[in-house]
Design a protein around this ligand. Structure first.
Ligand code: PLP
Length: 453
């Protein structure tokens, strides 16, 4: 590739997602990533970068999987596309729906396909309201979500999300969505017993339900572990309490597993780790390990029965719902995860190893207020004063400062306010975990003066 020419064209024509176009211009164009293998990506200047983010929380089986290339090529040759609008379907999405349903377990027997996590949550939005209307309870329209939740970037999914800065652009949220506190112990409950704090965070949901009237509430939606909101691992007991509240008021429970699904927490799904039973599940990312865009919405039999009994069409869906090539790749991706025991490995080996190395290398670091991880997702909280959650006077820039120092040292991680978060491929090795955490330690040391300034 002619990298300088590409970077010029990038500035001239390409608008990257979730980006400042001024920064893109000031940088002289985006960093161009050209190829990848295993857990390492390479940029156009030949730098190797350990991918501590699995692309964008998605490349669970790692890069360079020839099996996925082959299955996509075969499917494209045989049948690149056919729709599911004309009472037609192709083999791969049918097989994938059955496979995903078997992994979901319980009464989550049905699967609707979309192309992205955002679209899946838009499907949730329309499906839930349609369900209640057809069930004869049309007043149940309100969704309860949480501050700093991330459910996507389309109008409905960004509204379901709880990021205020995303609501500013476009005049969101749309009506009918209530946001309550997130279970962020380190940030919001530091001086409280964690379990009591988790109970308080769950109780906030019940208070809001009562405030708006339980008869008006359609569903609660939450990520088992909030990802983009800062890798918020809720205190023990939180999810059980949330589930009990939903059951008490007959409210649907939606688990947004776009990040947590497909092994990230050491179970196929985050709700399985927390031992709860949602009615609807959103999945994307790890479903195909990002090799092709595809997402899925798992739906309980009870909900589908109501739609069936009504005889109504569910007038929702996308040209590429159940795309045969993406579905074939997702099926093969799941098979790789099973063959290589990546879920068990995350639960029993690499996840605990990451937790151990984070604690050993960073637990005593003077700039680290907390390390937390579950499976292969984790966060490092950067503080000004050890033993507190007091931040540097950088206005939330501690994360970006340390992230840039990580990138300069060959590690891609993400900054979320004053934290560094990580979500590496599930194929990451112990040596790469050592490198990942060691690089964060070096980056923290190198950033100390800038943070204090
Ligand atoms: N839900 C969660 C929990 C996510 O983390 C994301 C993306 O990061 C989405 C939904 C949106 O997915 P997509 O970017 O594929 O639309």
């Amino acid at each position: 590739y002619d990298i300088p020419a590409l970077r010029k064209l990038d500035v001239a024509h390409h608008l990257p997602a979730q980006s400042s176009y001024k920064l893109q211009q000031d940088m002289g164009g985006s960093r161009i990533i050209t190829h990848a293998k295993g857990s390492t990506v390479y940029d156009g200047e030949g730098h190797a970068i350990l991918d501590g983010m699995a692309g964008l929380w998605c490349v669970n089986v790692g890069y360079g999987r020839k099996e996925l290339v082959d299955v996509a090529a075969r499917q494209m040759e045989e049948l690149p596309f056919y729709n599911t609008f004309f009472r037609t379907a192709t083999p791969p999405p049918i097989e994938l729906a059955a496979k995903v349903a078997s992994l979901l377990g319980g009464n989550l027997n049905h699967v609707f396909f979309n192309n992205s996590g955002s679209e899946s949550n838009d499907t949730v939005f329309r499906l839930v309201r349609t369900y209640w209307a057809l069930k004869g309870e049309p007043k149940r329209t309100i969704f309860i979500s949480r501050h700093n939740a991330y459910h996507g970037s389309t109008v409905a999914s960004a509204s379901l999300g709880g990021m205020d800065f995303m609501h500013v652009q476009g005049g969101l949220p749309i009506p009918g969505i209530e946001h309550v506190m997130q279970p962020y112990w380190f940030g919001d409950g530091f001086n409280e017993d964690p379990v009591a704090f988790g109970e308080r965070a769950a109780a906030a949901i019940e208070e809001r339900i009562l405030a708006v009237g339980p008869e008006n509430v359609a569903a609660f939606i939450g990520e088992p572990v909030q990802g983009a909101g800062g890798v918020i691992i809720p205190p023990p007991g939180y999810w059980q309490k949330v589930e009990a509240i939903c059951r008490k008021y007959g409210i649907l429970l939606v688990s947004d597993e776009v990040i947590c699904g497909f092994g990230r927490l050491g179970e196929w799904f985050g709700f399985q780790h927390f031992g709860i039973k949602p009615d609807i599940v959103s999945m994307a990312k790890g479903l195909s390990s990002g090799y092709l865009p595809i997402s899925a919405t798992g739906v309980s039999s009870e909900i589908v029965e109501v739609l069936r009994a009504s005889g109504e069409e569910f007038v929702h869906g996308y040209t590429y719902s159940g795309h045969p090539v993406a579905a074939a790749v997702a099926l093969r991706n799941i098979q790789i995860m099973e063959d290589e025991h990546l879920v068990e490995r995350t639960r029993e080996d690499t996840g605990p190893y990451l937790a151990k190395v984070l604690a050993e290398r960073l637990g005593d670091h003077p700039l680290v207020g907390e390390v937390r991880s579950l499976g292969l997702i984790g966060a490092v909280e950067i503080v000004a004063e050890k033993g507190t959650n007091r931040r540097h006077g950088t206005g939330g820039q501690a994360g970006p400062i340390v992230r840039d120092a990580c990138i300069a040292r060959g590690l891609m991680v993400r900054a979320i306010r004053d934290a560094i978060v990580m979500s590496p491929p599930l194929v990451i090795t112990h040596a790469e975990i050592d490198q990942l955490v060691g690089t964060i330690a070096d980056a923290l040391d190198a950033s100390a003066e800038q943070l204090a300034a």
